[in-house]
Design a binder for this molecule. Structure first.
Ligand code: GDP
Length: 197
């Protein structure tokens, strides 16, 4: 079975002190509404594994999934950042938590950064990268909702992000559409290779 098809919900945590103590994980991060839940559901071929179109609440969670029955191989759905409706103090709390997680989490082997292909690399996306890239671990950017772009716009979006990281082999980029289920194999290949190392 392909890697993501076996995804199963494991647990929810609110606090970095209660994260699993063993195994390896890949994290999915992105601005709220970038299409992260839809991408996870599409990769898993499951309609509601990760919850889509949540009301931005005051409490956010880190959701853990396992790739099949092996609890030592996990996908971590990080809280979406950049919710305009959330009070500044709450945003700051969650951004601080994301920063600590990305900088310090030893069990993390790679980051999948979800960005809307129409507006990639926002200030907060860059902040995530600034926290994570110094770890030397790989980042794979999914430029989502690519179905909303013309062929030319898709090529331009992909090239512009690739160009930013032309000198950094740590970062790879692809287009993705949950609506059209495009890009699944490419993501599987990249994330599968991280676990195979
Ligand atoms: P999240 O907040 O990052 O988890 O974003 P969601 O997955 O909830 O998606 C936000 C909105 O974008 C929803 O209305 C989705 O239906 C829509 N959306 C997500 N992915 C795609 C896609 O690939 N194509 C299109 N056209 N819409 C999408």
């Amino acid at each position: 079975m392909s890697l993501f098809r076996g995804l199963k919900f494991l647990t929810t945590v609110n606090d970095l002190r209660t994260l699993p103590l063993d195994g390896r994980e890949v994290a999915f991060a992105g601005r709220s509404n970038a299409g992260k839940s839809s991408a996870i559901n599409t990769l898993a071929n499951h309609t509601r594994l990760a919850y889509v179109s949540k009301t931005p609440g005051r409490t956010q969670h880190i959701n853990y999934f396992t790739f099949g029955s092996d609890e030592l191989k996990r996908l971590v759905d990080l809280p979406g950042y950049g919710y305009a409706e959330v009070p500044a103090a709450v945003r700051a709390h969650w951004e601080g938590l994301l920063g600590r997680y990305l900088k310090e989490r030893d069990h993390l082997i790679g980051l999948v950064l979800i960005m809307d292909s129409r507006r990639p690399l926002t200030e907060l996306d860059r902040r995530m990268l600034d926290w994570f890239l110094p770890t030397g671990k790989p980042v794979h950017c999914l430029l989502t909702k690519s179905d909303k772009l013309s062929n030319q716009e898709r090529t331009n979006a992909l090239r512009s992000v690739q160009k930013e990281f032309a000198n950094n082999p740590q970062v790879t980029v692809q287009l993705f559409s949950s609506l059209k289920k495009q890009g699944v194999e490419e993501t599987e290949k990249v994330v599968g290779a991280w676990f195979a190392e």
